[in-house]
Design a protein around this ligand. Structure first.
Ligand code: CFM
Ligand code: HCA
Length: 533
């Protein structure tokens, strides 16, 4: 296997070989030292990467799903237009709510004249127009590449608009080129929410109050998770940010525990809330039947109330009664098959558990923009070297809040529990993968082709940029970003939907019939549509 793997990178010129081999690990739990990987560094120019930009991470991922804020993209129209509803972060009005702007796309549509003479006036006009038409309580401004280059002061515009219209207006300088991927945008968005939103509310919360962090309601995932949590008796104070609202996020400091689903996109907020308010965070995974059960049990252990523990078991048993007949129906069609997963910064790990429930093994897994801790675990954080790109993103240094800092657990209890559940700790991906499986960071088009030939997975889960390349190779691909427009896949009911979709895909006879056009004729010379004419 090692030799085959080397043959893939051996084809590269020397400098690229040196770079790429550090982003690929053949898992070996018997190796003397913990295995390390290079991540969160610039993609080599010229390589076809799947990564996105800082604006995508800030506006598209973290800020965009907040439904009671109007997000104005300050930049040329393409940035706003191509991030308009493509991520499937669903939202609806809940009882007592009045504002949901997620169907809309707002942009200043900067033109050449604005780039030359400055875009601040246009941004002010856009805010005024938005206020007059929609009367929102909250406006977010997200800037894209040219705004940073021409130096528009979006913070000054936001401050002016707050005074002028008496509403909350936040500015995010998340120009696409900042950082090396979407990940920089997550950090900028996290900083903005902590500085300006979390801590400004004063609702009353109960004993079993939680925030669900890093859950974006793709295909309705957070609705399914919230359904289960509320059945058990938890109070979900806020979700960041799926179907989320400023009205709820401002109370996040008053919850008693933070649940972290996607660590990559929200770990900064989890850490900052812990520093400022004392709230612990628990790494959960609501993708997969067994991992759902484990996460619910970990939560019950944290609060350690016999009634809550019993209720947790009761709900688990009832949910299993409902979904296991469906899973058992589809499982025989999946068992023994293999999967390869390449997704942004957390799903390539989370979905391994769901595949395990179906009897499938993951032979390759990788992330687009993860950092070393997503692969190697939180323990590696002190050893991660800062470079010019990571230094570019502000790190906030917070102090405990005089009024609201409190600890839910005694120190003794905390120390005992920390040994039992992932409390303020994330183990990363490498530890859970089997020996000889491949972990790969920032995979490219060429490497996907080669790994399809080498590992012959029965399914390769990725996104829209990889899907058709994989299909053309005759392999089933399921999008784990958009779920190919189905879902939810989280929680118990989501697992049943996933079992159905995977079994249907794996058994479809079509994959053996695919013959990509370049196998029969040279593509560039091509031909006119001769069958018709
Ligand atoms: Fe977290 Fe996400 Fe992901 Fe992500 Fe994304 Fe996404 Fe993703 Mo697409 S926040 S890291 S930046 S789980 S949008 S909902 S699917 S790449 S694996
Ligand atoms: C993003 C968003 C994305 C893209 C999905 C894909 C999403 O990275 O900017 O490549 O299929 O989930 O919508 O990750």
């Amino acid at each position: 296997m090692k030799d085959h793997l080397s043959r893939i990178v051996d084809k590269y010129p020397a400098n690229i070989f040196k770079n790429r081999k550090e982003h690929i690990v053949l898992v070996d739990h018997d190796s003397e030292n913990p295995q390390t990987i290079t991540a969160n560094t610039r993609t080599i120019p010229g390589i076809i990467t799947s990564r996105g930009c800082c604006y995508a991470g800030c506006k598209g991922v973290v800020i965009g799903p907040i439904k009671d804020a109007i997000t104005i993209t300050h930049g040329p129209i393409g940035c706003g237009y191509y991030s308009w509803a493509t991520r499937r972060n669903k939202a609806r009005l809940e009882e007592g709510e009045t504002d949901n702007y997620l169907n809309y796309c707002f942009s200043t549509d900067l033109q050449e004249g604005d780039i030359v003479f400055g875009g601040e006036k246009k941004l002010k006009r856009a805010i005024k127009e938005v206020v007059e038409i929609f009367h929102p309580q909250n406006i977010m401004i997200c800037s894209t590449c040219p705004v940073g280059l021409i130096g528009d002061d979006i913070n000054a515009v936001a401050a002016w608009a707050e005074q002028e219209f008496h509403i909350k207006v936040l500015a995010f300088s998340c120009e696409g080129y900042k950082g090396v991927t979407q990940s920089a945008g997550h950090h900028i968005a996290n900083n903005g929410l902590i500085k300006n939103v979390v801590g400004t509310g004063n609702t009353v919360t109960g004993k079993y109050s939680v925030n669900l962090l890093g859950e974006y309601n793709i295909g309705g995932d957070s609705w399914e998770i919230e359904r289960v949590l509320t059945r058990i008796g938890y109070e979900v104070v806020s979700v960041m940010t799926g179907n989320g609202s400023i009205a709820k996020i401002k109370n996040a400091h008053l919850a008693n525990l933070n649940l972290v689903q996607c660590y990559r996109s929200i770990n900064y907020i989890a850490e900052m809330i812990q520093t400022k308010y004392g709230t612990d965070w628990l790494k959960v995974n609501f993708i997969g039947v067994q991992s759902c059960i484990e996460s619910l049990r970990d939560m019950a252990r944290y609060f350690d109330d016999p009634v809550l523990i019993a209720r947790t078991e009761e709900v688990i048993a009832e949910e299993l009664d409902e979904i296991m007949p469906v899973i058992n129906h589809y499982q025989p069609l999946c068992v023994g098959k293999t999967a390869a997963l390449f997704v942004g910064g957390s799903r390539a790990l989370h979905y391994q558990y769901l595949f395990q429930d179906l009897g499938m093994e993951t032979v390759l897994a990788g992330f687009e923009f993860a950092h070393r801790d997503d692969y190697e675990g939180s323990e590696v954080i002190p050893f991660i070297k800062e470079d010019a790109d990571s230094k570019n993103i502000e790190t906030l240094h917070l102090e405990p809040d005089e009024k609201h800092y409190r600890l839910v657990l005694s120190r003794e209890k905390y120390e005992t529990l920390k040994k039992q559940i992932p409390l303020n700790y994330f183990g990363g991906m490498i530890k859970v993968m089997k020996n000889n499986s491949v972990v790969i960071d920032d995979i490219n088009h060429y490497e996907i082709d080669e790994f399809l030939k080498l590992l012959k997975p029965d399914i390769f889960c990725a996104g829209i940029k990889e899907k058709y390349q994989i299909h053309k190779s005759g392999v089933f691909s399921k999008q784990l970003h958009s779920y190919d427009y189905t879902g939810p896949y989280a929680g118990f009911k989501g697992a049943a939907a996933f079992a159905r979709d995977i079994a249907l895909g794996l058994t479809a006879p079509v994959w053996n019939m695919i013959r990509p056009p370049w196998k029969t004729e040279p593509m560039l010379e091509g031909s006119l549509i001769k069958e018709v004419i």
